[in-house]
Design a protein around this ligand. Structure first.
Ligand code: UFG
Length: 344
């Protein structure tokens, strides 16, 4: 297939482009590089030997988006990653989040409608569940009131896709990711947070390499085995492969329903302290960390029921926590060699 990957130079997008190319698909990337680097295109080519076609523009620009779709009449499917994703930033700048994450989706759906493209895989998040009443969380668990504008854009995007799917006879798969971490084993691509990282694993690796003085562990008074919050961490390469499976499911018309939702996680929850211990185990280092106050808005615990993704999508995560931490550490060390601006 010829597959449009929006946000294809980003963290999950770039890993997905690699897996798509390795399965013989042709990839076209659209990215405005607002939170990624153009060099990622070359890094992808180093891994796969194929330089993906790349267009740099903002998908919230309706006119540019329209022209783009007109110029690409043979797109078979779309995987839509391009979005803002920082929970805290979305609290401070809600309109920026609604405008960016919803306008881009609407322009893509318009392009699909106008050009007869019917297949789309969408990046959603376990954040749509909030703090679930029952764990592990199933796809049928209720979508709770959003805790942040970011989470709300994911909920609204799913609804927009559902109605568009019915109205325009689309084939849609929404993938609800748990916590993607780690990097490609080649250490050519990985997570590249601009400035101070918000997320746990890049904060750990940046602390270990000396960019940050120490990691703050946000609270140890939760009702979890060691008091720190529990998440379902998932290797980004496993996650990338799920997108290949999903888009091929659309191609082969294997869907049971035109609009489907799958949880993507390992099904196992780990606490913050367990993640730190895994990092120390694989790196042989002692991490400097300190327990501090809870981070506002953090939920206590969440992990996925992956049985539907395993049985129906035919996808299962294979990497464990140590693999995730090992690859994240290898990537951090490779990045250090590059001396990129904006990381210190
Ligand atoms: N944490 C720390 N110190 C840090 C960073 C994180 O202790 O410096 C803790 C958090 O309190 C949390 C855990 O590590 O318990 C994981 O935090 P992340 O920020 O890595 O991930 P979140 O689970 O908070 O957020 C992720 C995605 C969001 C998504 C959310 C859905 O980054 O985009 O999952 O639950 F909305």
């Amino acid at each position: 297939m010829k597959i449009l990957v929006t946000g294809g130079t980003g963290y999950i997008g770039s890993h997905t482009v690699v897996e798509l190319q390795q399965q013989g698909h042709q990839v076209v990337i659209v990215d405005n590089l607002s939170n990624s680097r153009g060099e990622v295109i070359d890094a992808i080519a180093k891994i796969t030997g194929i330089k993906p076609e790349f267009y740099q523009f903002d998908l919230t620009d309706a006119e540019k988006s329209k022209q783009f779709f007109k110029s690409q009449p043979d797109i078979d499917a779309i995987i839509h990653f391009a979005a803002y994703k920082a929970v805290g930033e979305s609290m401070a700048e809600p309109l920026m989040y609604y405008r960016n994450n919803l306008d881009s989706l609407i322009n893509i759906l318009q392009g699909m409608k106008d050009n007869g493209i019917s297949r789309i895989v969408f990046s959603s998040s376990c954040t749509v569940y909030g703090q679930p009443d029952e764990l592990p969380v199933k796809e049928t668990s209720p979508v709770k009131e959003a805790w942040s504008p970011y989470g709300n854009t994911k909920q609204m995007s799913e609804q927009i896709l559902k109605f568009a799917c019915d109205a325009y006879a689309l084939q849609v798969i929404a993938l609800r990711y748990f916590n993607p971490v780690g990097a490609h084993e080649s250490a050519q691509i990985g997570e590249l947070p601009m400035g101070v990282p918000n997320n746990l694993v890049p904060y750990i690796t940046q602390t270990a390499i000396g960019i940050r003085p120490r990691l703050m562990v946000f609270g140890n008074d939760y009702s979890t085995p060691d008091g720190t919050p529990v998440r379902d961490y998932l290797h980004v390469v496993d996650l990338a492969k799920a997108h290949v499976t999903a888009v091929e499911r659309l191609q082969t018309e294997a869907q049971k329903m035109p609009y489907e939702v799958f949880n993507l996680g390992t099904g196992t929850g780990y606490s913050v302290l367990e993640v730190i211990r895994a990092f120390e185990r694989v790196s042989g280092l002692k991490l400097n960390f300190k327990i501090t106050a809870r981070r506002p808005g953090d939920i206590e615990k969440v992990w996925a029921d992956t049985s539907f993704a395993n049985s129906e999508l035919g996808w299962k995560a294979v990497y464990g926590l140590d693999d995730m931490m090992r690859s994240a550490w290898k990537w951090e060390q490779a990045l250090m060699q590059q001396k990129l601006p904006g990381r210190y």
